[in-house]
Design a protein around this ligand. Structure first.
Ligand SMILES: [Zn+2]
Length: 202
């Protein structure tokens, strides 16, 4: 599938632990990571600040890791015949800004300045339509398996960069903004580990 690296001269930069620069350009693309273009996005409402990060988990087929199913879903290329589960989600038009694989590889699908379609019907602190004002981060995983050390490292690094670039006030799970409908990132996501690492890295 096609992908491209997007660069922009108008970028703020910082150094990653491994010395590679992670930069977020003016359109909200993180340079230095793989970008796969998803058609599943549109414009955020005018003047709408990005104030929420939403953490998810996803794996396709469910509970199977390492394949291309998620990227295929986000690019509308999922073959409904490839797996029985895929038939049940065929035609779904969804995306996320970021997807962090079990290896820690981070892939971007939608520029942060655009509205990705990850939250669905949702509400955060009496405010609906969370896609309008949030960035979605999908972790390759499930509700029943621990996430990897590499994923926590990548998630913390990405979060710190996003917090520098945008006025993010809150970080929530999909289950927090769509209770009763969504369970991810699930009980295996270690919020304390995540929040402690964020605090320690500042
Ligand atoms: Zn989710």
């Amino acid at each position: 599938m096609g992908y491209s690296r997007l660069n922009n001269a108008n970028a703020a930069s910082s150094a990653r632990e491994d010395g590679c620069p992670m930069q977020i350009d003016a359109t909200g693309c993180v340079n230095g990571i793989r970008f796969i273009v998803s058609p599943n996005f549109d414009e955020r409402p005018a003047g709408c600040a990005i104030s929420l990060l939403v953490i998810h988990n996803i794996s396709l087929p469910p509970d199977e890791f390492g394949g291309d199913g998620v990227a295929e879903l986000f690019t509308n290329k999922l073959d409904p015949e490839a797996h029985s589960y895929y038939r049940t989600i065929h035609g779904l038009k969804v995306s996320s800004h970021f997807y962090i694989r079990r290896t820690g590889e981070t892939i971007q699908f939608v520029p942060c300045e655009k509205r990705a379609w990850h939250a669905g019907e949702s509400c955060w602190q009496d405010r609906g339509r969370c896609n309008d004002f949030s960035i979605g981060i999908e972790l390759e995983g499930s509700d029943s398996q621990p996430f990897t050390d590499s994923q926590y490292r990548a998630l913390v690094e990405l979060t710190l960069e996003l917090q520098k670039a945008y006025p993010i006030e809150h970080i929530a799970g999909h289950s927090d903004i769509a209770p009763g409908r969504k369970t991810d990132p699930g009980p295996c996501f270690d919020w304390e580990r995540y929040r402690t690492a964020l605090t320690a890295s500042r």
